[in-house]
Design a protein around this ligand. Structure first.
Ligand code: 2DC
Length: 510
């Protein structure tokens, strides 16, 4: 029942849109919500923000009963229909204000201060406390966060890094194509559930950039440790969700099964990342400057960050780079298979760019705007993160309510992406909507915003662009019509059932 509600066109319409002046939107869409809400004469007090004033544990219990949290994104969409574009809710020990309009997101990010803080996933913090491990940049806060983040930006996010990343990521994309071609040789096409292939592709990609070496995960034989790592990351996400709203102090002392599994999953993740980090460091000491150095090598060489801290953040990047890009690519392939015309347009763009750039991948990237828009469009419909969160640094007015400093505010990314007041025909996959002239403020928030946005963004974007480029040059992507695929909250948002896809070699492709 829930699954239907949120996908229905117009399902999110109909709340009192107080004072939202219609504005120019995305390709003519009436993006009323993008307008900053006109502030009423006197802002209303925080206490009047709509919502259920029930104890947090009661809300949590209800959420559990309605599908064990895996419908969190749909339940949020329903709360917006019930309460309007802002509501307050206490889940477990965490009290938050939820917003859905891009104008409010803009106001929130203006109030994030110089040291922005997001909700810092309590089970992840509790694991590090339990094992006495330093936090990586994802979990750090304050000045410690800022200085480390600035150093990491230089090695992972800065635009100057693109020329170095492109060959590393393109090589992995090419290997995927080679593997797919070999698979297709038997029966003319390669059909199946690609999630495992894409997990391996994603891990291979992120490791190439981090360590400068190849693991060889796109061959028939996959090392069991790599496979174990992949499974551990999924298990880590899966076991985070049910622990998310419990107090950390309780977690650490808990003997529950989910917590035990969570700890074991992190142990595997850290163990495997440590092996990769150590062997890279050994190579470095041997002066092994063969081939590219990788992010880890550069961080160690620069010596501005203690090794312990480098390890913590590199481990986060390695774990963060598996399910995120692979799931997004899976959604992208599904959307392309369902929209053959869009797929043809993208292919035409890629092939034209290839002729123009003579196969220079970096130049090709500059000539493929629609391809980049297709990734944005995929993340609009299928964001990895259900919400973006910030603790306000000073008072901010949202929908005419005074939100005091220190409040946890969440931008409901999933609900926003499907809100017809923000995106015309939200259920349609239409990358073109991103290519129109005019400002599109706070609409493409798939990687977050500002100094606290996703550190892996550059890697993820290039990895996905290059992957889709290689695939579109060589294969037609198809899927069987039939069962609609829904979304499930598993800490990150993932498909609720396996997706069957076919890669059919194009005539004349090498
Ligand atoms: C989960 O209510 C739902 O990129 C919570 O690569 C709020 C929340 C807070 C932080 C979000 C998390 C949600 C989803 C997963 C995110 C995470 C921040 C970073 C993380 C979005 C929305 C992710 C997947 C990282 C994970 C890196 C990790 C493996 C070390």
């Amino acid at each position: 029942m829930l699954a239907r509600v949120a996908t229905e066109p117009g399902a999110l319409r109909g709340w009192p849109r107080a004072a939202a002046a219609p504005r120019r939107g995305l390709c003519g869409a009436a993006a009323a919500a993008a307008a900053p809400p006109a502030v009423p004469a006197a802002p209303r007090p925080f206490g009047q923000v709509p919502g259920e004033r029930r104890p947090g544990w009661l809300n949590l219990l209800r959420l559990w009963r309605e599908g064990g949290l895996s419908n969190l994104h749909l339940i949020m969409a329903r709360q917006f229909r019930r309460f309007g574009p802002i509501y307050r809710e206490k889940l477990g020990v965490y009290d938050s204000v939820n917003i859905i309009s891009p104008g409010d997101a803009a106001a929130l990010f203006r109030a994030e201060g110089a040291l922005p803080e997001r909700f810092s996933v309590p089970p992840w913090v509790a694991y590090r406390d339990l094992r006495n491990k330093p936090y990586g940049v994802l979990l750090k806060s304050g000045e410690a966060w800022r200085s480390e983040r600035l150093l990491l930006n230089k090695e992972a996010l800065a635009p100057e890094l693109v020329p170095g990343f492109v060959p590393l990521l393109s090589a992995v994309g090419q290997d995927f194509v080679r593997r797919a071609q070999a698979q297709a040789r038997h029966s003319g096409a390669w059909t199946g559930d690609f999630s495992h292939e894409l997990f391996r592709f994603a891990l291979e990609s992120v490791c190439h950039v981090l360590y400068g070496t190849r693991l060889g995960l796109l061959q028939d034989f996959v090392q069991p440790e790599a496979q174990r790592f992949i499974e551990a990351v999924s298990r880590m996400f899966h076991t985070t969700a049910p622990l998310l709203h419990l107090p950390p102090a309780l977690l650490r002392r808990s003997h529950g099964r989910t917590w035990r599994e969570h700890v074991q999953a992190w142990d595997v993740i850290f163990g495997q990342a440590d092996r990769c980090i150590q062997s890279t460091c050994r190579e470095l000491r041997r002066g092994g400057a063969r081939g590219p150095r990788g992010i880890l090598g550069n961080l160690v060489e620069r010596q501005r960050l203690p090794l312990e801290h480098i390890r913590a953040s590199v481990t986060e990047m390695m774990a963060g780079g598996v399910d995120t890009t692979s799931m997004t690519l899976q959604w992208a392939l599904l959307e392309l298979a369902r929209a053959p015309r869009v797929q043809e347009q993208l292919r035409a763009e890629v092939l034209a760019a290839k002729r123009e750039a003579g196969g220079d991948r970096e130049r090709m990237l500059r000539g493929t705007r629609l391809l980049r828009a297709a990734i944005k469009e995929t993340l609009r419909l299928h964001p990895v993160a259900v919400t973006l969160q910030r603790y306000t640094a000073h008072e901010v007015i949202l929908q005419g309510y005074r939100i005091p400093p220190g409040t946890l505010v969440q931008v409901a990314l999933f609900a926003m992406g499907r809100d017809p007041a923000v995106f015309a025909e939200p259920e349609r996959f239409r990358p073109q909507r991103w290519l129109c002239a005019g400002p599109r403020p706070f609409l493409g928030l798939g990687f977050g915003f500002g100094p606290r946005q996703c550190l892996g963004r550059r890697i993820a974007e290039l990895e996905m662009q290059l992957f889709l480029m290689h695939v579109l040059e060589n294969f037609k992507v198809e899927t069987e019509r039939g069962a609609e695929i829904g979304t499930k909250f598993d800490l990150i948002l993932v498909p609720d059932r396996p997706i069957q896809l076919t890669l059919r070699p194009l005539e004349g492709a090498e």
